[in-house]
Design a protein around this ligand. Structure first.
Ligand code: FMN
Length: 166
């Protein structure tokens, strides 16, 4: 981390620990690129508005998924099931993305790749991009969605994957 001194590193560590007490679900944010589908694991996302239907997702400025979202102005949030931890790990890696899409059924829906076995998916039009430090905040207007009311979510808590009730 160029330009980051020791006290900053300690503060960032404390911040990770403090914010890590906030349990979240885990999603794969997907988009279509000229080379095919791309996606990245994300938990910095939340519901923003009901009228209109808006959600937001925070994307690292160095994430490769950001450019296709910016260019196509479409993306999807695929909420992962408890059983889909391997997908979360794969989409968090910097390996080639087409291989990850070979490992799970997906289809283009409204020009966006959706993971059909996800616990829920929400397809969005990109409304706005806002700078947010080393991340970019993407605001999406939800244009279609599906969910499975019976499945269980994958949960991220204190820097690791956990199961509900564990
Ligand atoms: C549980 C978990 C949650 C994550 N949440 C985010 C997030 O909200 N935003 C983000 O930019 N990166 C997040 N990441 C890191 C990205 O998944 C990772 O940097 C990924 O390699 C980016 O892929 P890309 O460069 O192909 O877009 C998360 C990783 C994990 C394991």
């Amino acid at each position: 981390m160029a330009g980051t001194d020791r006290s900053q590193i300690e503060e960032q560590h404390s911040y990770r620990q403090a914010i890590g007490q906030f349990a979240t679900g885990v999603a794969v944010v997907t988009a279509q690129s000229p080379a095919g589908p791309v996606g990245m694991t994300a938990n910095a996302l939340c519901s923003l508005s009901l009228d209109p239907l808006l959600l937001l997702v925070c994307i690292d400025n160095s994430a490769r998924t950001l450019a296709p979202i910016r260019e196509r102005r479409r993306f999807a949030v695929n909420v992962l099931r408890r059983e889909q931890r391997p997908l979360a790990e794969a989409f968090a890696s910097k390996q080639s993305k087409p291989e990850h899409f070979e490992a799970t059924p997906w289809r283009l829906h409204q020009d966006v790749p959706v993971l059909v076995q996800a616990l829920a998916w929400l397809v969005c039009d990109l409304r706005e991009l806002h700078p947010g430090g080393d991340h970019t905040i993407g605001v999406g207007a939800v244009t279609d969605m599906e969910h499975d009311a019976d499945g269980e979510p994958l949960v991220w808590y204190r820097g690791g994957y956990v199961e509900l009730g564990a």
